[in-house]
Write a protein that binds this ligand. Structure first.
Ligand SMILES: *Cc1c(COP(=O)(O)O)cnc(C)c1O
Length: 393
């Protein structure tokens, strides 16, 4: 037996373990202090009542012989696929319910989709980045090129004609930077992909945070995108499903490479290696799209957006450069006074008792930057920003 040695090429991620260690040391030295956590990349508000009621009704159905369900369709129940297509239609994007694949979350699909592509493809990934894109390709042994996201391009890199890539990752609104591509910029990526016979893997996990109606929430708002892009989305951040687990991926029938519909490969992959998302969870996910569900999840997102605004307003007052915050739960700031990411982390923890995430943990270009998140609670976020402002007066 020979092992997959590509795993030896994975870089250990010390980011969150180092943060945890530093916070524990701080707590030991300052037992009376309770650090405010603005580093969390996880939701904190509970499931919407409409979702809970739908899941409870589904549990009742499962408890009764007449309504019990066993295996469901691997690609998801039609009721949920149609609700997802209806959601796209509600913001003017035509998606065929038959091209919607329901899964246990975007992370699994982002990793599993790579099984459809040859190892001999060049991957283009922005730096800084959500680490999943990099590690899943390292595991497969694929060649990775990085594109610079930096303050000059507002952390929204655009295609360069001299770079040849086959698989392109885009995440908008972005984690960790909160930056959002506009139609023209996404159009440039679609043009590049069509011209270079490349596929775009578009991560739309934060689409529900887009408030500015002029910004795209789906890559399929761009003409030609169905011929070159797969879109990944999730109920995790939108509806607090990080622990409940449900996401969806759109593989348009129009997406054809080497005379093969990728949709057919993905259907075969899912029916072979996946047995579907629990019926109870899919009923909860369907309720997200009900009138009450939409109202309730929007109220939760509004709470996070208010926190983001508190952070953004404080940074503006301090004249600190940042992206994100308006159409995303993440604020990506330039560390004041030329500090490195970890220097700023230490200062924030030790002098303000506030925990954030060093940008250097997301890639080389993250050095000197810092991520704050809006998933905390309002009062704590306000206190944290007050302390930050007084620190740099
Ligand atoms: C949170 C997140 C997801 C969602 O992943 P799930 O597996 O659906 O929970 C996807 N992409 C990015 C960039 C994220 O931050």
């Amino acid at each position: 037996m020979k092992i997959n040695k590509n795993y030896l090429n994975l870089q250990d991620s010390y980011l969150f373990s180092t943060i945890a260690k530093k916070v524990a040391q701080y707590q030991e030295a300052n037992p009376d202090k309770k650090p405010i956590r603005l580093g969390i990349g996880d939701v904190t508000l509970p499931l919407a009542p409409a979702v809970v009621a739908a899941m409870q009704a589904a549990v009742a159905q499962m408890s009764c012989k007449a309504t019990f369900r066993g295996y469901g369709p691997e690609q998801g129940y039609d009721f949920l696929r149609e609700a997802i297509a209806g959601y796209y239609a509600s913001h003017g994007v035509a998606v065929d319910a038959g091209d919607v694949f329901v899964s246990d979350g975007a992370k699994s699909d982002l990793g599993n989709i790579l099984g459809l592509f040859d190892v001999d493809n060049t991957v283009l990934i922005p730096d800084p980045v959500y680490p999943v894109y990099v590690d899943t390709n390292v595991m497969a042994g694929r060649k990775i090129l990085y594109m610079d996201a930096n303050a000059e391009n507002c952390f929204l890199p655009l295609p360069e004609d001299n770079v040849k890539a086959d698989i392109i990752y885009l995440c908008s609104p972005n984690n960790p930077t909160g930056a959002v591509y506009n139609h023209e910029q996404l159009g440039a990526w679609v043009d590049y992909a069509l011209k270079n016979n490349a596929v775009i893997l578009f991560d739309a996990a934060y689409e529900a945070f887009v408030q500015d109606q002029t910004l795209p929430r789906s890559i399929y708002e761009i003409d030609g995108a169905k011929q070159c892009a797969i879109e990944f989305c999730s109920f995790s951040k939108t509806a607090g499903f990080t622990g409940t687990r449900c996401g969806y991926t759109i593989v348009p029938s129009e997406l054809i490479f080497e005379d093969v519909q990728l949709r057919k490969f993905w259907l075969r992959r899912q029916t072979t290696k996946f047995n579907g998302v629990p019926y109870i969870v899919q009923c909860g996910a369907q309720a997200v799209f009900s009138e009450a569900g939409q109202r309730q999840i929007k109220a939760n997102i509004a709470v996070y957006q208010e926190n983001a605004k508190i952070i953004a307003d404080a940074l503006k007052e301090m004249n600190v450069w940042f992206t994100g915050g308006e159409n995303s739960p993440y604020i990506w700031l330039k560390c004041p006074s030329g500090m490195t990411s970890w220097e700023f982390f230490d200062k924030l923890l030790n002098e303000c008792s506030v925990v954030g995430t060093p940008g250097s943990g997301f890639g080389e270009n993250g050095e000197g930057f810092f991520r704050l998140t809006a998933f905390g609670d309002k009062a704590a976020t306000e206190i944290a920003m007050k302390r930050l402002k007084s620190l740099f007066k």
